[in-house]
Every structure is written in C-alpha cells, then in structure tokens.
Ligand binder design. Structure first.
Ligand code: SAM
Length: 228
C-alpha cells in the first residue's frame, strides 16, 4: 500500500542548494530505516549524500556510480569502497553477488535505469533488504501538462508493478515542492540540476511561451520509496 507525504521547500540559489530535493530524499531514506545496517551498498551513490547522512558506525560502505567525477567528490575512509560501475550492466551484479550487505540503498538514481525490471530482478537476487527512492512521473507534473509533453519518467504504479514481481515491499509516494522567486530561476534550476535527464523537448519559442504561462511558483517532485 502506498501513502503520500507532502513537504515544501524553497530553492535558494545563493546556498548552492541545487540538489535540495535529492538531499531530502536521501534523508528520508536513511530516517526510514529502523535498524542500523553495518554493511551498506549504495547504488548511484553520487558525491556521497547518503554516506554523509549516516550517523552510526559502519563496518563497510560500498558506493557504486558510473560517473568518475561524482565519485571523486565522495568522502573516503578505510571502510569505504567506491566502484566505478553501471547498474545497467549485469556484470556489476555479478561482481557484487559474493559480497554480503545488510542493506542496499539507492537514492534518486534508479529512475535512470534503462531496463528497471532487470535491475530490480538483479537486486532481488542479492537477497538483501533494500531502501530505494525512485523519481516518478508526477515530477514536473504541471510543467509537463502545460507544455503538452509526456513525462519522461515511469509512473509510481508502473514501478510498483515491476517491483512486486520480485520483492515483497512497502511503498510510500512522496511529494515535494520547490518554490522559486521567478519562473526564469525555475527553468535555470531544471537546466542545471540534471533532473530532466538532459532532455530538451521544447524549442526556444515553446520554452518562452511556457515561461510566460506556467501557473505555479514552484516545481513538483514525486518520488516512490520502496522498502523491503
Ligand atoms: C541525482 S544523483 C543522486 C546521487 C546520490 N544518490 C544522492 O542521493 O545525492 C544520481 C546519481 O546516479 C548516477 N547514475 C545514473 N545512472 C547510473 C548508472 N546507470 N549506473 C551507476 N550510476 C548511475 C549518477 O551518476 C548520479 O551520481
């Protein structure tokens, strides 16, 4: 069953809070784990948001990301191992399967899985509890409606249908909004934050029109939390 949680934030460019939503998501993911796993795998670990939020002793932390530059900003420590790897590549899971983890985390990364079903299946085969946060189609809902474009991301129902085939999970749909001082600033954020997956679907004229007609002072984000 899914429940819905709403949270509102304000974008503050001056604080460099480009990834404010991703941070909230990672916080929620860590806070919703009741035990304190000692051996952790973090898929799509980026620059270490999740690792930095862990306030208990760890025996081992393995972070995987396919971006060298993100990994280069990840905190290091004797029990931290960083792997340059792609979760779309089955070889990654072959490499991981001989490791024992207490929990697998993935925050704000798996929406970019090319074939989510294969990734979930591979994750399930590791027989390890999981906490996954996946951005879903309600992200930028009004913007997409206003521009007449179809969402890039899978719907939360689609993701739940896939996951249910492989694991028994609890689900929660999170809704966040991020306020901006102007629609222009909002568009700048979309461009810089990478949340649009690098997609450029609107030409200059359509973008200009959208900037003039977008009815909200905020952007909407929808994230599905999956916990096993
Ligand atoms: C929005 S960031 C989130 C980073 C971090 N988990 C956090 O919560 O701040 C998404 C991360 O997923 C990584 N990523 C995207 N596709 C990937 C793939 N196929 N394999 C591994 N990492 C991937 C990106 O490089 C990026 O660091």
């Amino acid at each position: 069953m899914s429940s819905v949680c709403h949270e509102f934030s304000r974008y503050a460019a001056e604080y460099g809070s480009r990834n404010v939503i991703q941070r909230l998501v990672a916080e929620k993911l860590v806070a919703s784990t009741h035990e304190q796993p000692q051996r952790i795998l973090d898929l799509g670990c980026g620059n270490g948001t999740l690792y930095s939020l862990i306030d208990w002793e760890l025996a081992r932390f393995v972070g995987v990301d396919f971006s060298n530059s993100m990994l280069s900003h990840h905190p290091l420590s004797v029990n931290v191992e960083l792997i340059l790897g792609d979760f779309n590549d089955p070889a990654l899971f072959e490499r991981l399967k001989d490791n024992r983890f207490d929990r697998i985390y993935s925050a704000s990364a798996l929406q970019w899985a090319e074939d989510l079903e294969s990734v979930i299946k591979a994750l399930a085969s590791l027989n390890t509890p999981m906490s996954l946060a996946i951005f879903t189609a309600g992200t930028f809902k009004t913007l997409h409606e206003c521009a007449g474009v179809t969402p890039l991301l899978r719907s939360s129902d689609e993701v739940m249908d896939i996951t249910e085939k492989y694991v028994n999970a609890r689900y929660e749909v999170l809704h966040y909004t991020l306020e901006f001082d102007s629609v222009r600033e909002m568009f700048r954020y979309i461009k810089r934050s990478g949340v649009s997956g690098g997609r450029r679907v609107l030409d200059y004229r359509s973008t200009k029109k959208l900037i003039e007609t977008y009815p909200l002072s905020y952007l909407e984000f929808e994230i599905l939390l999956i916990q096993t």
